[in-house]
Write a protein that binds this ligand. Structure first.
Ligand SMILES: N[C@@H](CCC(=O)N[C@@H](CS)C(=O)NCC(=O)O)C(=O)O
Length: 209
């Protein structure tokens, strides 16, 4: 049984989508980051970076922060969505690292400057809008001729998809990235993706792409 501490954000949704795909028992603990619940002394004991998501594995007492590490751990534990073959495995981890080090941080900054605070910092808006376009272009090229980021459906897809689901906040028209759009809508057909999106609660409809 996994205790899952989360909120309705892309980093949280990566993990809820994987938990739903795995079909395992998990207990959700909503941490309302808008109300600062990630900053309490109690949360700090399991989440030393004061950010969601965090899991606690009741089977062995492991506490884990950082969504990429959580995806990797759960995929390994249940032997799904991360290939055993060393080369295929590295390709999935390569794209997981790309999401963790590039797509997530850049799109997160784009949300701050383009969506929440437009007009306050023109250079930052230009910089992050440029990065958004560049990164969607990278993903679009990777998806050329593929249904999933690395051949078969994996934690790399689950890591990237919730960030793409905020395309409106990023000023992105998915029609400009046809491979990304097709992939986005392909994943949206999966029940686990739709269920995972609405954890820990429903916050509006899922953007259709
Ligand atoms: N690199 C971390 C980033 C986690 C993160 O940024 N979480 C956000 C929500 S998506 C958060 O908890 N923000 C609250 C805050 O910054 O105080 C991960 O991938 O888990």
């Amino acid at each position: 049984m996994i205790d899952f501490y989360t909120w309705t954000t892309p980093n949280g949704r990566k993990v809820s989508i994987l938990l739903e795909e795995l079909g395992i028992d998990y207990e959700v603990h909503a941490i309302n980051i808008g109300q600062g619940e990630q900053k309490t002394a109690e949360f700090l004991k399991i989440g030393p970076n004061n950010k969601i998501p965090v899991i606690v594995d009741r089977d062995n007492g492991l506490t884990l922060m950082e969504s990429g590490a959580i995806l990797w751990y759960l995929a390994d534990k249940y032997n799904k969505f991360l290939p055993e073959d060393p080369l295929a495995r590295m390709k999935v981890l390569e794209w997981l690292m790309w999401q963790m080090g590039g797509l997530g941080p850049m799109l997160g900054q784009a949300h701050q400057y383009l969506h929440f605070n437009p007009g306050k910092a023109p250079f930052a808006e230009e910089r992050f809008a440029g990065e958004v376009g560049r990164l969607y272009g990278v993903l679009d090229r990777q998806l050329e001729g593929r249904d999933y980021i690395v051949d078969s459906y994996s934690i790399a897809d689950m890591a990237c998809w919730p960030w793409a689901s905020r395309y409106e906040w990023q000023g992105v028209n998915l029609a400009d990235y046809p491979n990304v759009r097709a992939w986005y809508q392909r994943l949206l057909k999966r029940e686990a993706v739709r269920k995972g999106y609405h954890v820990p609660k429903v916050m509006g409809d899922i953007p259709p792409g």
